[in-house]
Design a protein around this ligand. Structure first.
Ligand code: ADP
Ligand code: GLC
Length: 490
């Protein structure tokens, strides 16, 4: 199949979270399965052209794209994605994308991604490449399906092109004033009361995508079920219910060419399931680097995260004193809301021997923490999939997680599984979104940490798990086939 994959972030060019990881690896796996894949992302000024081998595409040249009655010129750059022959197309429009960051709160955030969506369609036209599937991701490309079906319906080239929308996080919906549809030149009726795009008096890009894509999915089976409830659906649950027959859950895979302790180039000591001695050396190295004392018997607990409510830091804040009372050391890497940044910054100040906080984004340190920590804490309030717990499993870093979304689908509680008569648990989990439940689970994990044979068993159970993309990419292929049937009837 011919697949155009559209994402506002793609690793290694730009990444603010898991979407970047997914967009940087799923298309490559799809191409390994034999599909013809092209990836599209905006050309931000946050990464170097030379470093990633971008070329200006002279064949396409300049493309006029109209937004709000004004014509903006779009140019195209291309590159080959790492370890693959997948071509990535960068939609270049400095007016919108030279802002030194991927997402902004600027007044024209809607315009930035309207331009991106229109730009993709226009580039496909210039290439005369009619995809079977345009795979959209999150609200940033939520308008693409309706633009394709209405604004560009005159172009018969797209008659057989189906659209898929993957929702990576329902909390981000792209809500803007109604003028956004006017700017996009989407029909007035769609932003009116009960219109496809209207939501609580605004327009909502994600809702529009939910109602106009041929099929929709999210990134784990448990999150798919959760999304049908008012607690998790964030107001989208009635529209998801309307699409029930076309709505699926597919767990993300991970890229083990980037995240594998046997081959990881960003850690000083590689190690494997049969010999974990390198892990202990990484711990020592990491602690030295963080200027924390090393003690083999003191567990090191890691956190790598966007510091936002979604990730459950409200219960961490509530239980911070109990957590810091525990006989353990902590390393926190993250950035986000100020209240959480100062929570961890203060903890580091109060306990300089115990807590190391790095506020900011640091890819290398994230690998080191995965390799050097004993335990990984992820107490998310909701978690569509979550990648860090999957990386942790591979690195023998035992995850302690709240049982929600993709965390519930990937982490099996050691004690619970033991009680069921099997030793297949690979982590620790809790149900209640409460500080008490979280602290209790961290304490449970520490009991087993001090029992070395048991701990090794738990680590190995995790390291044995295979969450590579192959299986998930095959499920996406089946999803694409459903989308084609929806669109063409066969
Ligand atoms: P989300 O997409 O909700 O942030 P995921 O677990 O799916 O959560 O993915 C997060 C990704 O971002 C992981 O690859 C993680 O290592 C990375 N990450 C998050 N915060 C940081 C940070 N401060 N520095 C480096 N990497 C980070
Ligand atoms: C979102 C979710 C995260 C998921 C990622 C990739 O950012 O918060 O759970 O892993 O997308 O799908």
């Amino acid at each position: 199949m011919k697949i155009a994959f559209a994402s506002s972030e793609v690793f290694p060019y730009a990444k603010t979270g898991g979407l970047g990881d997914v967009a940087g690896s799923l298309p490559i796996e799809l191409s390994r399965l034999g599909h013809d894949v092209k990836v599209f992302m905006p050309k931000y000024n946050t990464f170097g052209e030379a470093e990633f081998g971008l070329h200006y595409n002279w064949d396409i040249g300049e493309i006029p794209v109209r937004i709000d009655g004004q014509v903006r010129m779009v140019h195209v750059h291309t590159a080959t994605m790492p370890d693959s022959n997948v071509q990535i197309y960068f939609v270049d429009c400095p007016h919108y994308f030279h802002r030194f960051r991927v997402y902004t709160n600027d007044h024209d955030e809607d315009e930035r991604f309207i331009l991106f969506s229109k730009g993709i369609i226009e580039i496909l036209q210039r290439l005369q490449w009619a995809p079977d599937i345009i795979h959209c991701n999150d609200w940033q490309t939520g308008l693409l399906p309706i633009l394709l079906k209405e604004n560009y319906s005159w172009d018969r080239m797209f008659d057989k092109t189906s659209t898929v929308l993957t929702m990576h996080n329902i909390a981000y919906q792209g809500r803007f004033a109604k003028s956004a549809f006017h700017k996009a030149e989407i029909k007035e009726e769609h932003s009116g009361a009960n219109g496809i795009g209207e939501y609580e008096g605004d327009v909502n890009f994600l809702k529009t995508g939910i109602l106009t894509s041929d099929v929709i999915n999210t990134v784990s089976e448990t999150y798919e079920k959760e999304l049908m409830t008012a607690e998790y659906g964030n107001g989208m649950e009635p529209f998801l219910a309307a699409r029930f027959n076309d709505f699926y859950g597919i767990l993300n895979g991970v890229d083990y060419s980037v995240w594998n302790p046997e081959t990881d180039k960003l850690i000083p000591y590689n190690y494997s399931i049969s010999d974990l001695s390198g892990k202990e050396k990484n711990k020592k190295f990491l602690l030295e680097r963080l200027e924390l004392p090393y003690n083999e018997n003191l567990p090191l607990i890691g956190i790598i995260s966007r510091l936002v409510d979604q990730k459950g830091f409200d219960i961490v804040a509530y239980g911070i004193n109990q957590l810091l009372d525990i006989e353990a050391q902590w390393v926190i890497l993250g950035s986000g809301e100020e209240k959480y940044e100062s929570l961890f910054y203060e903890a580091g100040k109060r306990f300089p021997e115990k807590v190391s906080t790095y506020l900011g984004y640091n890819n290398e340190l994230s690998h080191l923490i995965e390799a050097g920590a004993d335990i990984f804490l992820m107490p998310s309030k909701f978690e569509p999939c979550g990648l860090n717990q999957i990386y942790s499993l591979k690195y023998g870093t035992v995850p302690v997680v709240r049982k929600t979304g993709g965390l519930a689908d990937t982490v099996q509680d050691w004690n619970e599984y033991l009680a069921r008569g099997s030793e297949t648990g690979n982590g620790f989990s809790f149900n209640d979104h409460s500080a008490f439940a979280m602290v209790h689970s961290v304490k449970r994990s520490l009991i087993d940490f001090h029992n070395k044979p048991t701990w090794l068993k738990i680590q190995r159970n995790g390291m044995n798990k295979d969450y590579s993309w192959r299986k998930s990419a095959e499920k996406y292929t089946a999803l694409y086939e459903k989308a084609v049937v929806k669109r063409t009837g066969r």
